[in-house]
Design a protein around this ligand. Structure first.
Ligand SMILES: Cc1ncc(C[n+]2csc(CCOP(=O)(O)OP(=O)(O)O)c2C)c(N)n1
Length: 374
């Protein structure tokens, strides 16, 4: 197979990568995250339809923006409070496909809660990913609180949270942004605007065309990015991270993305999206667009593309087997970990599900939250 040489100056840094100060390895790393997120998401729908997992809420169409926006944050130093579509965000920040699936299966070794969370509420302390609460936008206050702690403790950390445009209308978002802006906290709010809040179109959610326009009311930058433009998303996030670390305060990034699936596995989107709209969406899929960009730049050769595809497939198959064969939580422990007083003398994240944390040899397992704000 003929390999196209990267259009490059220095080895490992194509023109494309150099244009945003990254290496080809970074671009390939992002592509791998995006491809893995898509593959694990597609597998979840199959498992749901086969009756193996109860509920799917999908990140398909959001992946390019998610991987690129998480990329400039430092793993296990900075913090992210993700939302239910954040599969690529979590993978970019250190979770693995099997961690996504053990959460979907609610197995005892699920990193976010030992199988107690709602499906799609990913997170784990070892990777500084905060597990989500079901009421939308509540993660805003968690992330702003982390940013406040980082500033008070002078840790140099940045906190990011992300949510949909519908969620951005919750009061928590106003309170959090106002507070973060006043105190110049190292905080980033990402709005993944996919045009719908379940069946409600954006025109019935906002009286302005862009959520980012609201940033001026807080005296902070509001940046709009095309969520299918990986480098544009990365550039915006990098600027926001740099600004936060310089002590200049928060940034609001609005990524215009698409929702390629129904809201969830319990939603019938044909009730409110036309056949034309659904067909048109497939033409806008951000994954093939990034793949083409990398091919055109000579960063992704045919050979490498095939290798990554095979590796991703093997990873998802192994992750499925791993999650399928893992133990369910012991029903007698259902209330354990739910209330703080249930764990005297035990400190998370050294979880005690089923007697051991079950994460031996797992890359995501660190028994202490390195880089935590304290
Ligand atoms: C406070 C609250 N109200 C309603 C819901 C039900 N709900 C779950 S997801 C969702 C839609 C949110 O839409 P958006 O923020 O645009 O994100 P998207 O799902 O489109 O990515 C709603 C209304 C909820 N979880 N919490």
């Amino acid at each position: 197979m003929a390999a196209t040489k990267p259009k490059a100056g220095a080895a490992g840094v194509s023109e494309l990568a150099a244009s945003v100060g990254l290496t080809d390895d970074d671009l390939i790393g992002m592509y791998r995250v995006i491809a893995t997120a898509r593959a694990v998401d597609e597998r979840m729908w199959v498992l749901n339809r086969a009756g193996r997992i109860p509920f799917v809420i999908s990140g398909q169409g959001h992946e390019d923006a998610q991987a690129a926006i998480a990329w400039p944050l430092e793993k296990r130093k900075d913090w992210i409070a993700p939302f239910y579509r954040s599969i690529a965000t979590c993978l970019a920040f250190g979770m693995q496909a099997r961690d996504i699936l053990t959460a979907q299966y609610a197995k005892a070794i699920d990193l976010s809660s030992g199988g107690r969370q709602m499906p799609g509420h990913y997170g784990n302390v070892a990777n500084n990913l905060v597990s989500l609460s079901s009421p939308v936008a509540t993660q805003m206050l968690h992330a702003v609180g982390i940013a406040l702690a980082a500033k008070l403790r002078k840790t140099g950390q940045v906190a990011l949270t992300t949510m949909g445009e519908g969620s951005s209308n919750q009061g928590d978002v106003h309170e959090g942004l106002n507070f973060a802006a006043i105190h110049k906290l190292p905080f980033i709010l990402c709005i993944e605007n996919n045009g719908y809040a379940i069946s409600v179109p954006v025109s019935k959610q906002l009286a302005v065309p862009d959520v980012a326009a609201r940033a001026s009311g807080y005296g902070i930058p509001g940046v709009i990015v095309d969520g299918a433009d990986v480098l544009g998303c990365y550039r915006a996030a990098k600027e926001a991270v740099d600004r936060a670390r310089r002590g200049e305060g928060p940034t609001l990034i609005e990524a215009k993305v698409i929702r390629l699936t129904a809201h969830s596995s319990d939603d019938q989107q044909t009730k409110y999206r036309s056949a034309e709209e659904l067909a048109d969406l497939q033409q806008q899929d951000p994954l093939p667009r990034f793949r083409k960009e990398l091919r055109d730049a000579g960063v992704l050769t045919e050979e490498l593309e095939a290798t990554i595809a095979a590796e991703v497939k093997a990873d998802i198959d192994a992750a499925t087997d791993y999650a399928e064969s893992a133990a369910d939580p012991d029903p007698r422990t259902a209330m354990k970990w739910v209330f703080a007083e249930d764990w005297p003398g035990e400190t998370p994240p050294t979880w005690g599900f089923g007697g051991g944390h079950g994460l031996e040899g797992h890359e995501g397992d660190t028994s202490a939250a390195e880089g935590a704000v304290d």
